[in-house]
Design a protein. Structure first.
Length: 244
């Protein structure tokens, strides 16, 4: 069961429990507040945020599959869903609506990322014997250098709920627009400013960046697919509820 409770409401439970007549209610309520399943009230499934009159945002939740740099489903991903803080989701909806008027749309790879997933990445990165996905995701980087080079870290902005990984798609065909490197490709060619991609691919990256910035997202220097909402709602909170 997923409990939709806000942080401030949870903090008020202790005060309520001291009030005669509501103790039973509080005990029942607290039974569903579980760190595994608790979803903050201001988080939403992005598939529910786009009006039916517009094309739905495509999803390709790589961490719910084995098509990722670890090569297996990642801890905390129990459904092919993408959650974001509501403000970020609404801003993303505005991007999708504007893009749809030009025959384009969004495909989202990841949004909110549970802390346990980040912990999974860290454990994987420390296991230098596991190299099965190297050819596909980090052919030019030694695994022992993933921390040093900033590809893996013990905390991720994704866990705060306002960061999203995505690309553009052609609505007529459903195909991704060519960005010059795959998603989650640990390589200098994935930097938006890279000269290792063609002029057309640079233009495609710049177009994605322009749309996202126009609606309040700022980019990451090292990854063409990575954007974070400015003035995010939880700048210092790293959530860990399971995606289900």
């Amino acid at each position: 069961m997923i409990c939709l409770l806000s942080d401030y409401f949870k903090s008020g439970v202790a005060q309520l429990s001291q009030t005669t007549g509501v103790l039973v209610f509080v005990l029942l309520l607290s039974s569903c507040v579980n760190s595994d399943v608790f979803v903050p009230l201001d988080f939403v499934d992005i598939s529910d945020i786009v009006p039916n009159i517009y094309p739905q945002i495509q999803l390709d939740v790589r961490y719910y599959s084995d098509n990722n740099f670890v090569g297996k489903k990642i801890d905390g991903y129990e459904a092919e869903k993408v959650y974001l803080n509501r403000r970020a989701a609404v801003a993303l909806r505005s991007v999708q609506i504007e893009l749809s008027e030009m025959g384009l749309g969004l495909k989202v790879f990841d949004g909110y990322r549970p802390q346990r997933a980040v912990d999974h990445f860290v454990r994987w990165a420390k296991d230098l014997n596991d190299q099965k996905m190297k050819a596909s995701f980090y052919p030019h980087v030694e695994k022992e250098n993933l921390f040093r080079d900033g590809y893996i870290a013990e905390l991720s902005g994704h866990s705060r709920g306002s960061t999203v990984d995505l690309t553009l798609v052609d609505l007529a065909t459903g195909n991704e627009i060519d960005m010059g490197s795959p998603y989650d490709f640990f390589d200098l060619s994935s930097w938006p400013s890279s000269n290792e991609v063609s002029d057309e691919q640079k233009l495609n990256r710049a177009r994605l960046r322009a749309f996202m910035q126009r609606h309040g997202f700022y980019p990451l220097e090292q990854e063409w697919w990575h954007f974070t909402l400015e003035n995010e709602s939880h700048p210092a909170t790293f959530f860990d509820f399971i995606i289900q």
